[in-house]
Design a protein around this ligand. Sequence first.
Ligand code: GDP
Ligand code: MG
Length: 451
Amino acid sequence: MSFDHPYGKPVSVFRTTDNKEVIVEEEELETLFGHPEIQDRKIVIFSTIGAFRGGKSFFLDYCLRFLYAHFPSINNPNKKSQFIFKKNENWMGNKDDPLNGFSWVSGTKRDTTGIIIWSDIFLHTIDTTGEKIAIFVIDTQGLFDTESTPTDNSRIFALGTLISSIQVLNLKNRIQEDQLQYLQFATNYAKFNVEQAGETNENPFQNLTFLIRDWENDEDFAFGIDGGKQYFEEEVLKIKPSQKGELISVRESIRSSFETIECCLLPHPGKHVSRIKEYDGRWSSMDEEFKEELEKIIELLLLPKNMVLKKVNGQELTGMELKDYIMQFFKIFQSDDIPETLTIYELTVESNMNSLIKKCIDDYKKTMYRNRELISNEESIQIMHKNCKDRALELFNKERKMGSIDHEEKFKAKLNSEIDSIFNFFASQNFLSQAVEEEVARQQALLDRET
Ligand code: GDP
Ligand code: MG
């Protein structure tokens, strides 16, 4: 659903095409960041990122209501900036007005993967310094979508991370281990690009806020930013003694990528919001508890004193500089360096797949070995081989994997042919030769070590 907004509209600036290219709308970027009123201001980029149908646009549209209630903008210049907070102030406007702004969907139609900027830009003057800043609002579509490959995702995520100064990562129910791994992966990808551009910052990115929707465990961790902080520190980031090196490195790498990380737990908004097809986003139809928490987190994120200016290499950039930075960065994305960047990704996927293949082949060999007594003639050899191979392939299918469907197909074919050549070797040795005996002894030693 989308309703016309009097002051702005969503403008697509990056999008992925069907053949996996990322397209930039340079003219749109020029118009937005090069606007005479914006080009010399320091910039705040407030963005959300997360899977399709996670309630991101809905959240952003309420953020827009908050911003329009407090700041002048390019298209609403006469609004007076007002930041003395009154209790129960009514920034969300008329409670029965349909929600407008970024389009949001109550069906299951998927928007394209990409980055969308709100065309109107908010203006603010910092009281203490008199410094003029500009606030951009960005919606990023596609992270953790099942239909996008991790490569598409990490490019868009990397771009989103590079551009934003406050990044809201919108997730349903909880933070999952694979989402953390994914986040690490995408921030490393963004970091790699930053390094290519000559930066050497310790925490290259500014704020990351996990926004967990439909939180159900409020008895363990209360709604809001304090419960979120506790959940994040105690359940998500904490490295337990039993955890493997890989899990530790994921956590350390995320911590070291951002200057600050927050987490906020939101209650379920109520059936009306999540189920009614014709729901138009109005404030009055949401559960009270949700409204309270939504109000708090928006006020917290968008209060001028909490706003984080976009920094690159420790320097705060102006609109024009930021636009140049984005383009420079985008060129690295498109240039010959990109295969190198992808190599990092490919190598990670490859090493993950190869260890899985090794595990499956070991399983094949062990089951063949364990059942060797049952092999008596050519037919039983074939049956045994088929059963053990099916078991190994099932193991491959079952385990969690990195990479896309294409990777999965490629490595499954590799597993298939490796098992066949092991079998051919055994078969050619007639299962009785010296070579087979040696292999059997080796397998036995491995088994002994395991048990
Ligand atoms: P986006 O694709 O992430 O931008 O998601 P939308 O903002 O378009 O919202 C998708 C659907 O989720 C809409 O039907 C909203 O009414 C609904 N929705 C919004 N916020 C929430 C929430 O916090 N929880 C649930 N369960 N649904 C929500
Ligand atoms: Mg959306």
